[in-house]
Design a protein around this ligand. Structure first.
Ligand code: ATP
Ligand code: MG
Ligand code: MG
Length: 370
């Protein structure tokens, strides 16, 4: 059987492994956390990402992919020439650093929010005015789920925010007034063939994705624009494998790229139950060079994240799983992760025969997930 190596063993690796098995593909993950979600359905090499023995074992796979951008580029460098790594070190280096990413997006003609790279105290001077007077200060690296970000509306707030973030390299982004957020994934094989995922509409709460819906309610032409931008990035950055683009849709219909994930994405989980090929199967196929075509749900579908929440006394608040299970069209996915407020612990996918039924079911589902 073929073997796929994955750097990272979180829930994305778990779901990649679940999609790989029926294709005759075994999965091996290199992941330092002994309790990581993928341990239950993949061979788990429990070691740091740069561990030489772990990397030797990954080098014996047919190909290696990523489920996490906060893997050191050195791990990919150590695999170079020994096994195909898809996406590769160059693409990872761009997507893990917000300033490099935005510059590389502009190079291929993709618009981004206005931004100023902040590396020294002096870079703060005039930065807020340059991005339009209000913005978000984000750490250049390691942020996810809105962590490592602060909203700033004055020079004083900007200085305090930079102190609070530890004066590490940051990016100050102008605040974008968007109509909605959408995302789209693109896969590219080593032979240069492209395939696209669906355009999905996303709603965030407190910087964390709450709900995704397919189809997006964007005006005609938006999906074609999103695909064109995804193609520019995939070809311009030399993608092998799968990436996901997050967009801000503007009132005039234009799309700005918020960020690029070098992997499957939380907003694509609804493809697991929408009746078509899932994003996880698409990534496995793209990385291993198996036949691949556009993947798109066959039915209207949605996803609601289950994020750990604690009650007033600090106790974990569980959703009413039996009630959720009993709603028509729901599919519960749990990650077998240790709890903790603000951590993604699972998601619920929802399908319906038409868009109106989907909206009704979604209202009922959201009410049951705190
Ligand atoms: P993740 O990687 O989990 O998607 P992240 O920590 O990298 O999250 P971002 O995607 O940068 O965070 O931001 C999280 C959310 O905050 C965005 O999806 C959007 O809702 C809001 N946001 C981020 N940047 C801006 C901006 N410049 N203007 C307006 N809203 C923004
Ligand atoms: Mg991000
Ligand atoms: Mg994001």
């Amino acid at each position: 059987p073929r073997t796929l190596g994955i750097l990272g063993g979180g829930q994305l690796a778990q779901m990649l492994a679940l999609a790989a098995l029926p294709l005759g593909v075994r999965v091996r993950v290199l992941e330092p956390d002994p309790e990581a979600p993928a341990r239950l359905c993949a061979e788990h090499l429990c070691a740091p990402y740069t561990d030489p023995v772990g990397l030797d074992t990954l080098a014996g796979c047919d190909a290696v992919t990523l489920e996490f951008e906060n893997v050191p580029v050195e791990a990919l460098d150590a695999l170079r020439g020994r096994v195909p790594v898809r996406p590769g070190a160059g693409l990872l280096a761009r997507s893990k650093h917000r300033a490099h990413e935005k510059r590389a997006l502009r190079e291929v003609g993709a618009g981004t929010a206005p931004f100023v790279a902040i590396e020294t105290q002096g870079d703060l001077v005039g930065a807020l005015a340059e991005v339009g007077g209000q913005g978000l200060l984000k750490t250049a690296e390691l942020g996810y789920d809105g962590k490592g970000q602060a909203r700033v509306t004055s020079e004083g707030e900007l200085r305090r925010a930079w102190d609070d973030l530890g004066r590490v390299p940051c990016v100050l982004e102008g605040f974008v007034t968007f109509t909605r957020e959408v995302s789209l994934a693109v896969a590219r094989t080593a032979a240069g063939e492209l395939a696209f995922g669906p355009l999905v509409e996303n709603v965030h709460r407190g910087g964390i994705l709450r709900t995704s819906v397919f189809p997006a309610r964007s005006p005609q032409g938006t999906e074609a624009r999103a695909r064109d931008l995804a193609r520019r990035v995939a070809e311009g950055w030399g993608l092998e494998g799968l990436i996901t683009l997050e967009f801000f849709e503007l009132p005039n219909g234009d799309l700005l790229v918020n960020e690029v994930a070098p992997r499957v994405h939380n907003s694509g989980h609804l493809t697991q139950d929408g009746g078509g090929v899932s994003q996880f199967e698409a990534q496995v196929r793209a990385v291993l060079g198996l036949p691949l075509s556009d993947w798109r749900p066959l039915l209207p579908c949605a996803m609601v994240n289950y994020v750990g929440v604690t009650g007033p006394g600090g106790e974990a608040q569980e959703p009413d799983w039996e009630g959720i299970d009993a709603l028509p069209g729901t599919h519960v996915h749990l990650y077998h992760k240790g709890g903790g407020a603000g951590r993604k612990l699972g998601h619920v996918n929802l399908v319906a025969p038409d868009k109106q039924a989907l909206r009704e079911r979604l209202t009922a589902l959201e009410a049951r997930i705190p």
